[in-house]
Design a protein around this ligand. Structure first.
Ligand code: CUA
Length: 354
């Protein structure tokens, strides 16, 4: 009879062992940022808000249970391969057959059922916990609308409309202020995902999904669209700016103001209002009331342009107004073929929208 460990089998065995060790290394290095400091990077292993915290705990439990099963099964497999390999002088007889052993059959039926049962209970408890949360008094309500390729953000109760940057207050011990989000889509399916705050929630046309976040640490949290939605899916970024409660109240008061009418940009204002800009954009306090594009009333308050495609600098703003397709190919804002003079005037005007 052919020896069990042929050269080919040895190669397979070596490949299997290498694979297992690589897997262990990948997992260990993947978890490294979770253990060390890694500021500014969105990391699912470092949740900084509910419900992300709760999701991480559940996933960690599931991962640990699965890792233990993997180690036991792989360990037994490797042990058997080595311990019972063919040796010179072995008789060419079959090992004892245990087919039909009630004990073994029972063990490998009952045990997995119990494990799956535990996983189901833990997961459904987390899901129910997150989905059944009711907004407490004082919760911030916002509607987030996914567009190709930007996020419209409305606060119906506060009368604020903005884009791409969701501002929320941090919850403190005495003032709990979670933000409850209604997610809608204006076109195709998107997915709202800010890894350190919450899990992904799909944004689906003709359906309203709900989610909530309750960050406690002020700062800016980065996220992105997590459902392929077309050419510029990768440049559909979202920022969540978490303020202290006092800062948030100030932000709300600022945003509720109509646009400033600065005397030094009167020409640009006129150029903006007579061009097609007004068909898509709103600047509150003027005749610009378009709804297809982002509200520009407080444009200079935002850190980025074009949903995170470029930092909001004067040069980028000029490039954007001149030819948006250079920054974000395929976006709905066309090159308006304006003269240099018009571009300069309009950019000067936009920069007054603080
Ligand atoms: Cu929106 Cu991907």
């Amino acid at each position: 009879m052919r020896p069990f460990i042929t050269t080919a089998n040895q190669k397979t065995l070596r490949a299997a062992i290498t694979f297992v060790f690589s897997l262990v290394f990948i997992v260990a290095f993947g978890l490294q940022p979770a253990l060390g400091k890694n500021e500014g990077v969105t990391n699912i292993f470092r949740p900084l808000s509910q419900p992300a915290q709760e999701i991480k705990e559940t996933s960690a439990l599931v991962l640990i249970i699965c890792a233990v099963i993997f180690i036991i099964v792989a360990g037994l497999l490797i042990y058997s391969l080595v311990r019972f390999r063919h040796r010179a002088g072995d008789e060419a007889t079959e090992p004892p057959q245990v087919y039909g052993s009630n004990q073994i059959e029972l063990a490998w039926t009952v045990l997995p059922i119990l494990i799956v049962f535990v996983l189901i209970l833990v997961t459904s408890r987390t899901i129910a916990d997150i989905q059944n949360r009711k907004p407490p008094r004082g919760a911030v309500q916002a509607t987030v609308v996914g567009h190709q390729w930007w996020w419209e953000i409305r606060y119906p109760e506060l009368g604020i409309v903005t884009a791409n940057e969701l501002h929320v207050p941090a919850s403190t011990g005495e003032r709990r202020q979670p933000a409850f989000l209604n997610l809608q889509s204006a076109d195709v399916a998107h997915s709202f995902w800010v890894p350190q705050l919450a899990g992904k929630t799909d944004v689906i046309p003709n359906k309203e999904n709900r989610m909530w976040i309750e960050p406690t640490i002020p700062g800016t949290y980065l996220g992105n669209c997590a459902e392929y939605c077309g050419r510029q899916h990768a440049r559909m970024l979202i920022r969540v700016v978490v303020h202290t409660p006092e800062e948030f109240d100030r932000w709300v008061r600022e945003q509720q103001q109509p646009a400033l009418i600065a005397a030094d940009a009167a020409e640009g204002r006129k150029a903006f209002l007579v061009n097609s800009c007004v068909n898509c954009h709103t600047v509150r306090g003027t005749s610009a009331e378009g709804k297809f594009g982002p509200d520009l009333t407080h444009l200079m308050n935002r850190e980025t342009l074009a949903a995170g495609a470029a930092p909001n600098t004067p040069e980028n703003l000029r490039l954007w107004v001149r030819d948006p397709q250079r920054i974000k190919l395929g976006c709905l804002m066309p090159n308006m073929q304006m003269t240099d003079r018009e571009v300069d005037q309009i950019v000067a005007y936009l920069q007054t929208l603080k």
